[in-house]
Design a protein around this ligand. Structure first.
Ligand SMILES: [Zn+2]
Length: 207
């Protein structure tokens, strides 16, 4: 089977939870899914900044493959349950803590081992911060812990982002989501290269 080479994932969401939804996309006429195989999932987690190559190395061993594939399927199913939730909730403030997707996320979070560690501060504005800080650690001891980390990112989006600025790109067939963190909240496109320029060209042709 010949396969169209896949571009790098679209990490345009300003949130790893929205980048997760965007891990399947049809930027032009070809649909890409960046979570097609277990190794795909590991590559995507590194690209999205959710895990390091060092943490994931044990899951690249052949022995981990069946568990990794199981988790990959869990990721895809979870992604497709989070999508309609975000679709419905985007554009207004979130208030309903009783939504089944929130219950599912809470259930996944409850499985995770978590502890605090004292580490050097690495923020870009380190001059303003103290040299040492507390960091939240979620150790990855089995592939199953990966879904906990993903659910944590989705939980952060739900609990900490302003959903009024969660948007779907205005490109007519574009499915990409982003958190509009621009100053005047006027972001319209996933990216100028993919949808913005096409819209401009279409408007020009109309004239
Ligand atoms: Zn777009």
């Amino acid at each position: 089977m010949t396969k169209v080479p896949r571009p790098a994932p679209f990490l345009i969401g300003e949130s790893s939870a929205l980048d997760f939804l965007n891990s399947v996309a049809m930027p032009r006429s070809v649909r890409y899914d960046w979570l097609e195989t277990g190794p795909d999932l590991l590559d995507w987690l590194v690209a999205a900044g959710l895990a390091s190559e060092v943490e994931l190395a044990p899951f690249r061993e052949a022995a981990a493959a069946p568990a990794l594939e199981e988790v990959r399927q869990e990721f895809v199913a979870f992604r497709e349950r989070v999508r309609p939730f975000v679709q419905e909730a985007s554009g207004s403030e979130l208030r309903d803590a009783g939504h089944p997707v929130i219950a599912e996320i809470n259930e996944i979070l409850a499985r995770g081992a978590r502890f605090l560690q004292i580490v050097p501060t690495t923020e870009p504005d380190a001059s303003l911060a103290r040299p040492l800080t507390l960091s939240d650690s979620h150790p990855l001891t089995s592939p199953r812990d990966l879904i906990v980390r993903m659910a944590t990112a989705v939980a952060r989006l739900i609990a900490e982002a302003d959903f009024r600025y969660v948007r779907n790109c205005e490109g007519p067939s574009c499915t990409l989501y982003f958190l509009d963190i621009s100053k005047n909240h006027k972001r319209r496109w996933c990216s100028m290269e993919v949808c913005g320029n096409r819209a401009k060209a279409a408007a020009y042709r109309k004239r």
